[in-house]
Design a binder for this molecule. Sequence first.
Ligand code: IMP
Length: 197
Amino acid sequence: MTQRILIATSNAHKTEEIRQIMGGEWEVVDLRSHPALVLPEETGDTFEANAVIKAEAASLAVAGVWVLSDDSGLEVDALGGQPGVRSARYSGETANDASNREKLKSELGKLEGPFAGRFRCCMAVAKDGKVIRVFHGSVEGVLRVEEEGVGGFGYDPLFVPNGFEQSFGVLPPATKNELSHRARALLQVIEWLKEAS
Ligand code: IMP
């Protein structure tokens, strides 16, 4: 029987990636189906802390269903791990994906490459206001200073995963969904849910 899982995000790109990876056994919905539910500010200084904040709040508001949160971002070694937990707001409070990429290109442009980095993802699984487990995933790669492709979202056009020549903005979604930080965390979630649900 298909079970419902609520993703504690309004980011349609994240939800679509999660839906693709979870396959047909799960009905994947997100906060767009719960417009009255407003998540608290992400005040944590780690991905895990922010994933827990989101999962707890959403699962308190929507009783009886599995809730999964995703807190993720990009770390660049040459920038001391930035943008890190501030990935979504790197270029300021009114940031969007394009302005964040501009800021990253401008910061990297001041430095000498190559630029090693990684995407990290922490996922928290919760029910009825209680976080039950957290899972982590990451993917290592290199940051480019020129955008390549228009696929994916966020910093994808600037990130080339190790072992590939093209950015996540060019690689097919199926390739990203096999090796991304999100996929690596989510595969553990799926295995765990098989036992727990
Ligand atoms: P969050 O919604 O607070 O977890 O912020 C995540 C931010 O990290 C996004 O706005 C993107 O800037 C970046 N990010 C996370 N995952 C990805 C990805 O898969 N590709 C590109 N950027 C990502």
